[in-house]
Ligand binder design. Structure first.
Ligand SMILES: Cc1ncc(COP(=O)(O)O)c(C=O)c1O
Length: 409
């Protein structure tokens, strides 16, 4: 192989991505993303944008008109939601149960909001009464919560939070990046005002596009801060409220770009749009309930498999996301060296961990295109060999056997 990158096209090694995301993209998504570009205002393009909105209404289970994709990775969706809702001095409540609660906190602080947090130890979730008590104490404008926090694998129950927020006149924002498509999510039935996600987990695509849905109560707040950019302003565009601190992530302007007005803002990331559209199509073709059931089946097989290998599962398993499991790294095993061996010898990636869990647990995902029987069994077989080579006491065939029992049941 020549050393010059000029002579070498992109040619990644074959990998099975079984970490907490990103995962291998569905080949259909990759095919969609290799389609040719069209102009930003080509009727085919604007139709494709509208169709993408329609498809994501299905994914989010909502009738929200304002449903589209923010260009950028999942945290662009989070920032867009928070910077567009929160003015400096507004108060926000964040229940923190892992790394991504800390991320919401940090982003809200950067918006100039007064941020209040409640915390549980990593590996646990909040009871709704605890959240309600904090809502009563803080009286926030926004309750910002993660549904599935990949750092701990926990899935926060959301069913009651929307009703609690309505009763206390609070807006509910949820980051469903890691969970959407693989765990139940009901935007309208649960009365969630704003939800954001990403493609690289259960939706089976690459990172780079953040689906978002915004309900009427949140739209009103965002419209109340509308300041149209001078260069595209038209008669009747009055400036309202405190201007949103980001131009790129200004949802008032992005809504005008996606809406019937098609008012120029950024240049829609066409290739990502194709990918996002195909991700939603694949999910809806399968059926959301069937996709959740598939994640539950293969996540359950992986859970049984790691236990069959003698590994101890981290956290409150009753509240685990369907699509990822964290296991304690056995004594005497060097976690990074074992992950490197799984990658080098078997071409399989499993995940490391952050913060207090770093060096203590691995995270193994079964999501999107990789929530499949062959992917689960191959990963367990590889893990068994690497654990044995490292001197861990593993039952021969224990992981694959336990997973097969789940499949046979
Ligand atoms: C729950 C959650 N939120 C946000 C993010 C950030 O996503 P991105 O890296 O796409 O910006 C992740 C990524 O793992 C996540 O799991």
């Amino acid at each position: 192989m020549t050393s010059s990158p000029i002579a070498r096209p992109v040619d990644p090694p074959p990998r099975l991505l079984m970490g907490p995301g990103p995962i291998n993209a569905d080949p259909r998504v990759l095919r969609a993303m290799s389609s040719q570009l069209v102009g930003q205002y080509d009727p085919w393009m604007t139709t494709t944008m509208s169709e993408t909105s329609e498809l994501y209404r299905g994914v989010f289970r909502t009738t929200n008109e304002q449903t589209f994709v923010v260009d950028g990775t999942s945290r662009a969706g989070i920032e867009a939601a928070l910077v567009s809702l929160l003015e400096p001095g507004d108060s926000v409540l964040v229940p923190v149960f892992g790394r991504f609660g800390h991320l919401l906190t940090e982003i809200a602080e950067r918006c100039g909001a007064k941020v209040h947090t409640i915390e549980v130890p990593w590996g646990e979730v909040f009871a709704p009464e605890v959240v309600e008590q904090a809502v009563r104490d803080v009286r926030p404008k926004v309750l910002a919560v993660v549904q599935g926090d990949t750092s701990t694998t926990m899935c926060q129950p959301l069913e009651d939070l929307g009703e609690i927020c309505r009763r206390h006149d609070v807006l509910l924002y949820c980051d469903a990046t890691a969970s959407l498509g693989g765990n139940p999510f009901e935007t309208d039935a649960w009365e969630v005002d704003v939800v954001t996600a990403g493609l690289q987990k259960c939706l089976g695509g690459p990172s780079g596009s953040a689906p978002i849905t915004i309900g009427p109560r949140a739209v009103e707040v965002i419209e109340g801060r509308k300041h149209v950019e001078a260069g595209v302003r038209e008669a009747g565009d009055v400036e309202r409220g405190v201007r949103i601190a980001s131009n790129y992530l200004d949802l008032a302007m992005v809504m005008d770009y996606w809406g019937p007005r098609r008012l120029n803002h950024h240049t829609e990331a066409t290739t990502m749009l194709y990918g996002a559209r195909e991700c939603a199509r694949i999910l809806l073709e399968e059926g959301l309930d069937a996709a959740v059931a598939r994640h539950r089946l293969h996540g359950g097989a992986m859970l049984a498999g790691v236990r069959g290998l003698g590994l101890e599962v981290f956290g409150d398993v009753a509240h685990k996301m369907t699509n990822v499991v964290a296991v304690h790294i056995p004594d005497g095993i060097d976690g990074d060296a074992a992950r490197a061996a799984v990658l080098h010898d078997y071409g399989i990636e499993i995940g490391t961990s952050f913060g207090p869990l770093h060096g203590k647990v691995w995270r193994i995902g079964t999501m999107g295109h990789n929530a499949r029987r062959d992917a689960v069994l191959t990963t367990l077989a590889a893990l068994e060999q690497v654990l044995r080579a490292g001197g861990a006491p593993v039952t021969a065939g224990g992981g694959v056997g336990a997973a097969l029992e789940v499949y046979a049941a």
